[in-house]
Structure formats: structure tokens, C-alpha cells
Write a protein that binds this ligand. Sequence first.
Ligand code: ARG
Length: 270
Amino acid sequence: MKKGMLKKILAVTIIGIMGLGLVSCGNKKDKLSSIQESGKLVVGLSADYAPYEFHILDENGNDQIVGFDVEIANEIAKDLGVELELKDMNFENLVAGVSSGKIDLAISGMTPDEERQKSIDFSDIYYKAEHGMLVRVKDKDKYKNFEDLKGQKVGAQMGAVQAQIAEEKIPEADLQLISNVNDLVLALKGEKIEALVVELPVAEMIVKNNPELMIAEEKVIDNEGGSAVGIQKGQEDLVEKINATINRIKEDGLLDQFIIEANELAEKQN
Ligand code: ARG
């Protein structure tokens, strides 16, 4: 072989390798294709939030995570043509999990607030809710309004918007942050805290399953509140797909059905 020919082959090979490198770099950045290539969608959630996401024992006594967020995750996976894998995590670690790529999405009743939008993107809102404050029934007359909790221990989930709401509405309370909502409920029942600020649908479910607790009179109307899917920044194609799924299940009534079913399941549990 002539020297010139050899050089040409070498050059073509090198360009080819560089090209491959570029393509694979591009793929690494594109979450949608990497999810589709791996055949699996990894969704992070904090399964302490009935009816959004919670644990149940199925008829064989096996632990299972259910709830309307799980059904939404299922529909997204189905539309992407991949399998769903759930990762049960502490709520306060979800945003970092999404931005670092440890999980593909966070679907966990997450409110797309300004602070989080600095590090991750969000889908359209799929569910709106207000916030409520749980107290013990026996303290019914003692704790009616936020004002009544001055100087008292008030609980909220660590990393959740309810922690900020509690701080804002009851600035003189002694705020107790705990990672898991089930532990917060235990703390309230065990008189370690006097009140618990949590999303209203969750508060309602907690009261159904814990008749010694009730929702205090004063509520927080949150027009900016609601739940959306958390997605790594700059993944427009993936955001578009997820919004298409959300839109589909809103339009055809599936989402309403998921919410009703999740409420029924959560009530049956206890
Ligand atoms: N909506 C609130 C927030 O975004 C609380 C969500 C808590 N979710 C949960 N699965 N525990 O901060």
C-alpha cells in the first residue's frame, strides 16, 4: 500500500472516531434517548404521602408503592415505551437526585417553586391543592388558628414547601423538621409536636386513618401551589413528552380515576 493511501485511511479513521465521540457525547446529554436506550424510567418519590404515593401490602403480603403519582409515572413510562422503576427516597433529596441524574424524574407531589426551578425544570401542573394544619382533636379549642401556635412545636416535612409556609404563617413557632411524614404523624399523636402543616388531601387521609387527629380551622390557599413532575434542566424533548402524557390523562378522565382509586386504596389500608 502506498504511503499516501495509508495516511488517508488513518485520517478517515480518526475523523470517524471523533465523530463517534461527538455523537455519544450528544446522547449522554439527551435524557429522552438515554431513557429509551436503557429501556427503563427511574422515578424518585417519597412514599409517605397518601393518596399521592404510599406503601401498601398486596394480597400476598408483599410491600408495594401505590398512589396517583405512581399511576402517572406508569403512564409516562408507557408513552415512552419503557419499564418503570421506582426509587423511594427522602423528599429533601429528590431535587438533587434529578439534577445529578441519579433519578430520571421526581414525581412526588412536588410543587414547582422558584427555589427548585433554579436547579431543575418542571412539567405542567397535574394537581392543585391547598395546605392544612393537623392538630389533636382534644386540642380543638386550643389551636384553631396559626396565631394560637405561637411558641409551640410545629412540624413540617424537611425540604417541603410546608416548612416555608409554617415559617411564614407561624414565625414564632418552634419549627420541627422531620424527613418522613409518617414520623411526623407519630410525633403529633405522641405529643412531641402540637401541630403539623401538610397538603390538605394528605391531611384529610391522615384524619380518616387517625380519628384522634383533625384539621384546624385555618387553611392556606396557595395559588402558586400544585404538583408537577421534576425533570433535569435543559431536557426540552422529555418535558414535551411528559406534558403530552399529562394532557392525555387529564383529557380522557384517567387522572381523575387514578385519584379516586388512590383515595380508596389509602382508606382501605388502615
Ligand atoms: N408539595 C410539597 C412540596 O413540594 C410537599 C410534597 C411532599 N411529597 C411527598 N411525597 N412527601 O414541597
